[in-house]
Design a protein around this ligand. Sequence first.
Ligand code: KIV
Ligand code: ZN
Length: 391
Amino acid sequence: MMTDKTSQARVLIFDTTLRDGEQSPGATMTHQEKLEIAAMLDEMGVDIIEAGFPIASEGDFAAVSEIARLAKTSTICGLARANYKDIDRCWEAVKHAKSPRIHTFIGTSPLHRAIPNLDMDQMAERIHDTVTHARNLCDNVQWSPMDATRTEHDYLCRVVEIAIKAGATTINIPDTVGYTAPRESAALIRMLLERVPGADKIIFATHCHNDLGMATANSLAAVEAGARQIECTINGLGERAGNTALEEVVMAMKVRNDILPFRTAIDTTKIINISRKVATVSGFPVQFNKAIVGKNAFAHESGIHQDGMLKNAETFEIMRPTDVGLSDTSLVMGKHSGRAALRAKLRDLGYELADNQLNDVFVRFKALADRKKEVYDDDLIALVSDQETSA
Ligand code: KIV
Ligand code: ZN
């Protein structure tokens, strides 16, 4: 069924590969690598790039400043804790952007409140003062109650209201430790929209971590409940089990637009290239069976699957490889492959065999596949050449 996408609610994509992603132990990127990734994010239609944490180091400050100067269309955001020094440093870095944003946060759950040793009232005052300060510097201010999903609901409503009144334009609801589940993620956004005065004037964001493998489901549930910004990273890079994967939420809204009727500005054909780039520079390889970008996400080996694919790709694929920037489906030749796939593969390699020749090659191919995990094109060529020599 054709749907009119322009009338669908727009969901902003906020990419934090360069901030939360880079925080994964061992994922540090060089200045040049950060610039290259930022350019790719900008090019693929990411709405907001969180480019770093300017107060964290001279290197982070330099990277955020330069990304801010170079960005063509994306909003450039920097992270700051809830103090004036962090916020001023963040502003110094992002202010060069055509569209700058300051993102300031503080942990609001009981466990997080204990760290700065502030009681509820003192923390509320700190939120008011720091968001006001950020808003005096920049028109675009995002505020996050860190560990929101483990914060008491009444207190969460109270501090979100304070942040909105102080001028925050986006309120991000982080599931910092990947603790929530889809129904609860949706209920939290719905509650804030219903209970907080002024909530209809700002954008709610969802920021999920993947400790229980539910980051994508939790983000989409929040969107269904009214969140209009998803925070995510390429390949789901991020601390511990990572963050919501950009490619998963974007492709879910594209492929299941019938039940997730939301639009983004992402050019999905750029997904594979940026996934490979982030894997290379971060040193975090993508698992083979990772949704959307794994090596096997569009690969088929079993005879039944390959046969189905040769007849109609939709038999075993819900999206086309070209949608994410791959040239084609890959039919992996192994012990589960059937005669039809072998014939198609050989045809691709330039060999048109008569039935009896194909039967002979097929028997030897199966024997080889029993010994080898994957039979490569060169192996197949060798099998056909052997057959030609012995004929
Ligand atoms: O996970 C988290 O709570 C964060 C905040 C800084 C937004 O990354
Ligand atoms: Zn996070």
